[in-house]
Design a protein around this ligand. Structure first.
Ligand SMILES: Cc1cc2nc3c(=O)[nH]c(=O)nc-3n(C[C@H](O)[C@H](O)[C@H](O)COP(=O)(O)OP(=O)(O)OC[C@H]3O[C@@H](n4cnc5c(N)ncnc54)[C@H](O)[C@@H]3O)c2cc1C
Length: 451
């Protein structure tokens, strides 16, 4: 009998974390990873900083090459190999070698699906024109930067004011370009409540981005197959390049075709150990569902932090250990030039949808003692359940030193703290780091007063 074989589909955060964990625990396991792209373990998160020229070469975004995985970890990584079908009954996958254009069936004992997410692209006239870029892979980052290097791009239009739209806005401002951003709702960063989103909209304007809120994209303007602008329900904007940041969906094509159950949020349904409902098949990362520890409901989020943790848990289990992934609280951070943005837990509309009653408070304070050089403004919003006082969520917008304060709130959500309990948290203080009452505690006091 041959060695037991683990096959992984997708060679990035979730797939390679899992493969590495499984290898560490079971040196005798045969592990093969099929990756349709040319790289493994690349940092998509770094693309905006590469486009913004804060990172000089694309190599710096590759954490570990396929060769290193092969030599150091004995993981058989096959790049430019796309899995086309999963045969659950026969425990095999059909794999196309994209270089030679040949296909073959490959057997597995255990299979991990780590196929990530795919960017949404609008099905609108002109959407296939040259010069329109989604931002998802290293290749998309390279394409955008090469296009900028050519020197003929002056005006760029970004569609979507989520974190990818924001980070790309920063990158393009750093390139000295004329940037406009359209967003279909009243404020950017839809995962923030409106008054916090308004602070981010202001930050965009302060950094020279022309913002069009409450405007929907209706078509792309093109000439001879090249994009020359976008058309919204209110105007036409000329552009030499268009960047799309309108969200992603879990990449579940293979799983769905194989009859593997999806969850409520359209991602692959998994149990706490990251096992799907099909025998020997596991899923992790952006393609898999999570559980929201505050709403107590299934949740899907496409973030590297979650993908790595999913992958680690799946890998421990595939390596013969026992690990569970309890869930997420919806933490995310980003920045736009000098302004840092963070959120965790539930926002107002989610709380209302759950039928919970809440109180909230928005406070302004400083990132350091007010008299200390470099102290910047920070705004914190906290939301707590009426009656119990349980913390439900928090949002932060402010200058350097603001965003990572969200980790205190995320930890409090994991612990199920009330805002009263947060007031006496023994947090660090010295003038270069914080006012004597940390801004998140000032916010907790402000909400507690209202309860
Ligand atoms: C511009 C940008 C910025 C980001 N910034 C952050 C950030 O700051 N913080 C954060 O936490 N997250 C960030 N993210 C999200 C983060 O990159 C993803 O959540 C993370 O990469 C998900 O890892 P994954 O392994 O699940 O999926 P992916 O990274 O998408 O990897 C899936 C892999 O599967 C391969 N694949 C798919 N189908 C097949 C197939 N049929 N056969 C073979 N291979 C296949 C794909 O080629 C891909 O390499 C960012 C993403 C982008 C695009």
């Amino acid at each position: 009998m041959g060695k037991e074989r683990l096959v992984v589909i997708g060679g990035d955060a979730a797939g390679m974390s899992a493969a590495s964990q499984a290898r560490r625990r079971r040196p005798e396991l045969a592990i093969t990873v099929f990756e349709r792209g040319p790289y493994t373990s690349f940092s998509a998160c770094g693309i905006p900083y590469y486009v913004g020229r804060l990172v000089d070469t694309e190599e710096k975004l590759i954490m570990r090459s396929p060769e290193k995985f092969r030599e150091r970890d004995g993981i058989d990584v096959r790049v430019l190999h796309e899995v086309e079908e999963i045969d659950t009954a026969g425990r095999r996958v059909s794999v196309r070698d994209l270089k030679n254009n040949t296909s073959a069936w490959e057997p597995y004992d255990q299979l991990l699906i780590a196929t990530g997410a795919v960017p949404l692209s609008p099905n609108l006239p002109g959407a296939d024109a040259a010069g329109i870029y989604g931002v998802s892979t290293i290749k998309s980052g390279l394409d955008i930067r090469r296009r900028l290097d050519a020197g003929d791009i002056k005006k760029v239009c970004i569609v979507g004011g989520g974190y990818i739209g924001l980070e790309m806005a920063e990158a393009l401002v750093l390139n000295g370009l004329e940037v406009s951003l359209i967003n279909s709702s009243a404020q950017v960063m839809g995962t923030l409540d409106e008054e916090m989103g308004a602070l981010v909209s202001k930050a965009l304007r302060d950094n020279g981005v022309t913002l069009y809120l409450n405007e929907a994209l209706t078509a792309f303007e093109t000439t001879a197959g090249k994009v020359t602008g976008i058309i919204t329900d209110k105007r036409t904007l000329s552009a030499d390049m268009v960047i799309l940041g309108i969200g992603v969906r879990p990449n579940t094509v293979l799983a769905e075709a194989a009859g593997i159950a999806l969850g409520e949020k359209g991602a692959i349904r998994v149990n706490e150990r990251m096992e799907t409902g099909s025998s020997g098949i596991w899923a992790a990362g952006d393609c898999a569902e999570s559980f929201h520890l505050v709403s107590r409901k299934p949740f899907h989020v496409a973030l590297g932090t979650v993908a790595n943790r999913h992958g680690r848990v799946a890998g421990i289990n595939l390596g013969g250990g026992y690990a569970t992934f309890p869930g997420v609280v919806g933490t995310a951070v980003t920045k736009l030039c000098q302004v840092e943005i963070a959120r965790t837990g539930l926002q107002e509309k989610e709380i209302k949808a759950l039928g919970l009653e809440h109180e909230s408070a928005v406070i302004k304070s400083h990132t350091k003692a007010g008299y200390y050089p470099g102290a910047g403004e920070i705004t914190v919003k906290l939301l707590a359940e009426k009656g119990s006082g349980r913390l439900l969520g928090g949002q932060i917008v402010g200058m350097e030193g603001s965003a990572k304060r969200i980790d205190t709130l995320a930890t409090a959500l994991h612990a199920g703290f009330t805002v009263e309990e947060m007031i006496n948290l023994d947090l660090g203080y010295a003038p270069p780091f914080s006012p004597v009452w940390d801004p998140v505690v000032i916010a907790a006091r402000a909400v507690a007063k209202k309860l």
